[in-house]
Ligand binder design. Structure first.
Ligand SMILES: [Zn+2]
Length: 319
């Protein structure tokens, strides 16, 4: 049987799924990602999941592995920030040796790129070409899909769309620059915008909802408060969707995409976030380019990484 194994290694969980060629998940399991023990501990966790599946690897045609960090075009992983005890490792080769699986049928890549491929093949990207995906979560990830394939650039690192600068004197980003899209549209970025606005509105219901504690302020609480019509929360949403709109306008001008897919936990705000952002984007992007783009929410969330990794696995074998 033609099955594809997708493995999504996150900072917190490792998830794996067996998929058929139509993108249906036949089996799924997850476990904690080991915090110590290097890549060998991770391989042991993956092995446990495979035992749980009780499916011999002979039935698997190819394996895809998504990593939350930089991976070059040969599949070498460069110390992901969330898995820095790994160091620099050739993960594909290690998996091939451990599982006695042909190395050419293992593909290792960046999780944001793989999530983009999942949306393109089986999700709301709907094989519209070129397709751009942005993932709004702990960071802001990106994927560029051209002619149905991930655009990798010279060394495999292309698609860091979250580090497009929206405001040169803005807050410092993890990459060292100021005012990147990530510094406004990531979880932390949104919370920072919200905290600033809250300082000027001590009557906001959000204060009560978070008990005055900064740590309890999340995009989800802001969304709940804005749904209740809280003026400060609506102001926050307005500001965030404006930054998103500027970001989308840049992407439209650069890529002339047919479709942009917005994923990651923050995109679950849905219409109240995306519709005003789309308005800003279509107004700011060059008119003749903006006319033909459509902007949609992602289809996959919790299992996006697994479906994406399996989608990438499908692309390495002829079937
Ligand atoms: Zn940055």
């Amino acid at each position: 049987m033609n099955m594809f194994l997708g493995i999504d290694i996150g900072g917190t969980y490792t998830k794996a799924g067996l998929l058929d060629r139509d993108g249906n998940i036949l089996a799924f399991a997850e476990t904690d990602t080991p915090k110590t023990g290097g890549v060998q501990a991770e391989i042991a966790s993956i092995s446990e999941i495979l035992d749980f599946f009780e499916e011999p690897l002979e039935n698997v045609k190819a394996i895809g592995v998504g990593i939350p960090g930089p991976v070059d075009y040969k599949g070498v992983v460069f110390s992901p920030p969330n898995l820095n005890h790994w160091g620099k490792v050739d993960l594909g080769r290690l998996l091939s040796e451990f599982f006695h699986f042909p190395a050419q049928n293992i593909i290792v890549g960046n999780d944001a790129n793989f999530a983009g491929l999942a949306e393109y093949k089986f999700g709301n990207g709907a094989q519209q070409d070129p397709m751009i995906m942005i993932t709004l979560g702990t960071g802001v990830g990106g994927a560029i899909i051209i002619d149905g394939e991930i655009f990798h650039g010279r060394n495999g690192f292309a698609g860091e769309l979250g580090h497009i600068v929206l405001q040169p004197d803005g807050p410092r980003c993890g990459c060292g620059r100021r005012g990147c899209a990530e510094s406004f549209l990531s979880h932390q970025g949104i919370v920072r915008i919200a905290w600033e606005i809250l300082q000027k509105d001590k009557g906001s219901i959000l204060w009560e909802m978070i008990g005055g504690e900064f740590e309890l302020l999340t995009p989800k609480t802001i969304q709940e408060a804005s749904n209740m019509g809280d003026p400060a929360s609506c102001k926050i949403l307005d500001k965030v969707s404006r930054f998103l709109g500027i970001f989308l306008a840049d992407l439209i001008n650069i890529f002339n995409p047919q479709r942009i897919v917005i994923g990651g936990g923050i995109s679950k705000w849905g219409k109240p976030l995306i519709e005003p952002a789309e308005k800003v984007a279509k107004k700011q992007a060059m008119k003749h380019i903006a006319e033909n783009v459509n902007i949609v929410r992602a289809k996959f969330y919790q299992k996006a990484g697994v479906i994406g990794a399996a989608s990438a696995a499908m692309s390495v074998v002829d079937y």
